[in-house]
Design a protein around this ligand. Structure first.
Ligand SMILES: NC(=O)c1ccc[n+]([C@@H]2O[C@H](COP(=O)([O-])OP(=O)(O)OC[C@H]3O[C@@H](n4cnc5c(N)ncnc54)[C@H](O)[C@@H]3O)[C@@H](O)[C@H]2O)c1
Length: 301
């Protein structure tokens, strides 16, 4: 079964992720409305989508005509009720707060087309719990995209307690239609990706703490030995060790002891060494570039 491109798609939340998700649908042929309560976010998102399309044209990945058509299919709206009216799919990607997400879907659900699907891009909240605030939780699903959306192919489809098989199948078709590869995950903490990545990053920090190998060599091991595009320590510097620590704490609480955060992460966060964003994490950064040989040494722990 293939997705019907006459479907109207509404993306709520024009932040980092909403920008990429709206681009994905508009450039794949769907009439797309991007909604945000903040007019600045909408303006910035529209500009960012225009730039992604322009870069695509310059790199020869999209024709000028296709880029123009994608932009013509995209509109922005500050009024959720107006945008949601008659929509076939709504993807909420507002700030990661349960109350905010519930308010958005509660307002939109009664206005949408019959048989419409509502999806949440939440990273860690319960899809089942958000779904409990709409009249048809069987047509509610998690659609977890990756940043940057225009480069990352994966979408984790998260099946909540009430999500129907039909909703899963229809959402898979939509993922195919926007050129994404979907996997299906039964709702559980950390889904597949965050859970695996947290474990790997935590173990790499334990190895660093124990002096098993240098930071540079641990990263090289996973890049060269396993073909990972990045080592777990450089990835932690990119994500931010504060974010890593809060994910680990949540997984420790929900899934048990194997996710106990490495004491070195706790120490680094206490010291404000959060990674690239503070100029110092496992490595040091100057003008956005990593300083060679700056990896945290076991002797310094
Ligand atoms: N950043 C990531 O790498 C990433 C990856 C996957 C999933 N997510 C999830 O995606 C969601 C959004 O993350 P983000 O990084 O894009 O956040 P962001 O802070 O960049 O954007 C959130 C946007 O939501 C808007 N917003 C807040 N309340 C609103 C409301 N009631 N109605 C309409 N708009 C509202 C804000 O104005 C803002 O523009 C979160 O649930 C997050 O967990 C993030």
């Amino acid at each position: 079964m293939s997705a019907d491109k006459s479907n109207k798609v509404v993306v709520v939340g024009a932040g980092l992720m909403g920008t990429g998700i709206a681009h994905a649908f508009a450039s794949s042929g769907f009439e797309t409305v991007l909604v945000d309560t903040n007019a600045n976010s909408l303006e910035k998102a529209y500009g960012a989508i225009d730039k992604i399309l322009g870069d695509g044209v310059r790199l020869g990945k999209v024709s000028e005509e296709a880029a123009r058509a994608a932009l013509a299919r995209l509109s922005v709206n500050g009024d959720l009720s107006e945008a949601a009216f008659g929509a076939n799919l709504l993807v909420e990607t507002v700030s990661e707060q349960l109350a905010v997400k519930k308010a958005v879907v509660t307002q939109a659900a009664p206005l949408m087309a019959a048989n419409a699907i509502i999806a949440s891009n939440t990273s860690a909240l319960s899809v089942t719990e958000i779904a409990s605030s709409v009249p048809a939780p069987e047509r509610f699903i998690g659609m977890h995209f990756f940043n940057p959306v225009h480069k990352m192919k994966l979408v984790e489809l998260v099946r909540g307690l009430a999500t129907s098989d039909e909703t899963v199948a229809r959402t898979r078709d939509l993922c195919d239609a926007i050129g994404k590869t979907s996997i299906i995950v039964n709702e559980s903490p950390g889904l597949t990706t965050s859970r695996m990545s947290a474990l790997l990053g935590n173990e790499a920090m334990y190895m660093l703490q124990e002096g098993t190998a240098s930071a540079e060599d641990i990263d090289t091991a996973l890049r060269m030995g396993f073909n990972h595009p990045m080592g777990p320590l450089e990835l932690g510097d990119l994500t931010g060790w504060d974010t890593r620590l809060s994910v680990l704490r949540y997984l420790h609480e929900t899934l048990g002891d194997k996710f106990r955060p490495c004491p070195l992460i706790i120490k680094m966060v206490a010291a404000g060494r959060l990674g690239r964003k503070t100029g110092h994490g496992v490595y040091r950064y100057e003008d956005g570039n990593r300083v060679p040989g700056s990896g945290l040494k076991a002797s310094a722990l």
